[in-house]
Design a protein around this ligand. Structure first.
Ligand code: HEC
Ligand code: HEC
Length: 334
């Protein structure tokens, strides 16, 4: 036991000082233990207003929010494609090719910012983007609300979901509510984190240890296993020079801040449900998870992976596939 220099101190003061030091040490141990796992399980969906979520779901799937009623949010963020579209880059109205890969809308409410370059602070800000983007829906809220006002189904639904009924603000809010409902809890890895040691295999556990040992976790961490940091793509070596054909979509946060230091800096993407959302990276350049992991090893960590380390990590990543509406997520055709 620690001896406290206590000359001139009365017994009471000594007792209190000892108690204080003990409490402080316990606090330190607690903080240390609770930080042991820097990946945390996805919580169950918050108590959202079910009517607003349902309404948002209808809007999310409604092509009338786009020019010429050609596509909906779900065209590029399909629930049967891991919340993305399985394309290298997305295709907007009039078959206009976009310049960047579609990220998943599952768990997007957990991201600290939205878009690859983080230009939207939250989902409410984000939702204006695709409506107006000429390479996506090429429309406006004003045009969309005029169409919905003639549809008694929507007018009635909005009336019962929001006191002020059908407004542009409420259309945006409803879509965001729907997006907030798209959490995917209960992946096998989350069950493991919650104490079920049989939820993942020995090899998958080994993959998790490698994920930590190689340092993937320094960027992909927290509840979304990503989505909470900005980092350069190409920490070790020049990914973009090696790939060639640099476009503006590769500039990352530079497009937002115009600061040279932000060139090629991206939001670290979430790795939740990652097995379902090939092709990978903002440029959609990698078709397999193994290839993506090897690129990370090279350009983010400057490492040549040992033997089957990358394969084991891929095994671990596949345990991050969660459930939506009580069912394990799958990709169409799987
Ligand atoms: C034509 C395809 C397309 C359509 C339609 C579309 N999106 Fe997207 N979405 C994308 C692409 C591509 C990105 C990435 C853009 C970027 O980061 O610059 C994206 C990004 C997002 C993000 C950010 C996710 C993240 O991790 O940063 C959210 C959320 C989102 N879209 C929701 C929606 C909603 C809601 C709608 C309908 C109002 C919609 N999208 C319509 C292709 C599309
Ligand atoms: C220094 C930070 C950092 C480290 C370390 C890191 N990553 Fe990444 N990771 C990123 C960034 C940034 C991206 C986005 C790159 C892009 O497309 O612009 C990314 C993208 C990915 C993707 C593709 C995600 C998608 O949706 O397309 C996978 C998979 C991935 N990382 C896995 C790993 C693995 C496995 C490791 C360890 C071997 C690792 N990462 C190490 C920052 C990092």
């Amino acid at each position: 036991m620690m001896k406290i220099k206590s000359r001139g101190m009365n017994a009471d003061a000594r007792k209190w000082l000892t108690l204080f030091i003990l409490t402080f040490l316990c606090g330190l141990i607690y903080v240390y233990l609770s930080n042991d796992e820097s990946i945390r399980p996805i919580p169950d969906v918050d108590s959202l207003n079910p009517q607003q979520v349902e309404l948002g779901g209808f809007l999310f799937n409604d092509v009338r929010l786009s020019k010429g009623a050609q596509l909906s949010c779900a065209s590029c963020h399909s629930m049967t494609m891991g919340g993305a579209d399985a394309q290298v880059v997305s295709t907007g109205v009039d078959r206009r090719k976009g310049n960047i890969n579609s990220p998943s809308v599952f768990n997007s409410s957990l991201n600290f910012r939205q878009f690859w370059d983080g230009r939207a602070a939250n989902l409410m800000e984000q939702v204006d983007g695709p409506i107006a983007n000429p390479k996506e829906m090429d429309f406006s809220w004003e045009q969309a609300i005029e169409i919905l006002k003639k549809d008694s189904f929507y007018v009635e639904m909005f009336k019962s979901a929001y006191t002020d009924g059908l407004t542009i603000l409420n259309m945006r809010k409803a879509i965001v509510s729907f997006e907030e409902s798209l959490l995917t809890p209960n992946s096998r890895f989350d069950l493991y984190l919650k104490g079920d040691e049989t939820a993942i295999s020995q090899r998958e556990l080994e993959g998790y240890h490698l994920f930590k040992q190689y340092g993937c976790i320094s960027c992909h961490q927290g509840v979304a296993v990503g989505g909470n940091l900005f980092r350069p793509f190409g920490v070790h070596g020049d990914y973009f020079k090696d790939r060639g054909d640099i476009t503006e979509a590769d500039y990352g946060r530079f497009a937002v801040t115009q600061k040279e230091i932000d060139r090629f800096v991206f939001k670290v993407p979430s790795l939740r449900n990652i097995e379902l959302t090939a092709p990978y990276f903002h440029d959609g350049s990698q078709e397999t998870l193994l290839a993506a992991v090897n690129i990370m090893m090279k350009y983010q960590l400057g490492r040549v992976p040992k033997e089957n380390s990358s394969l084991l990590i891929v095994g671990f990543l596949k345990t991050l596939t969660g459930q939506y509406q009580g069912k394990s997520l799958k990709k169409k055709g799987q």
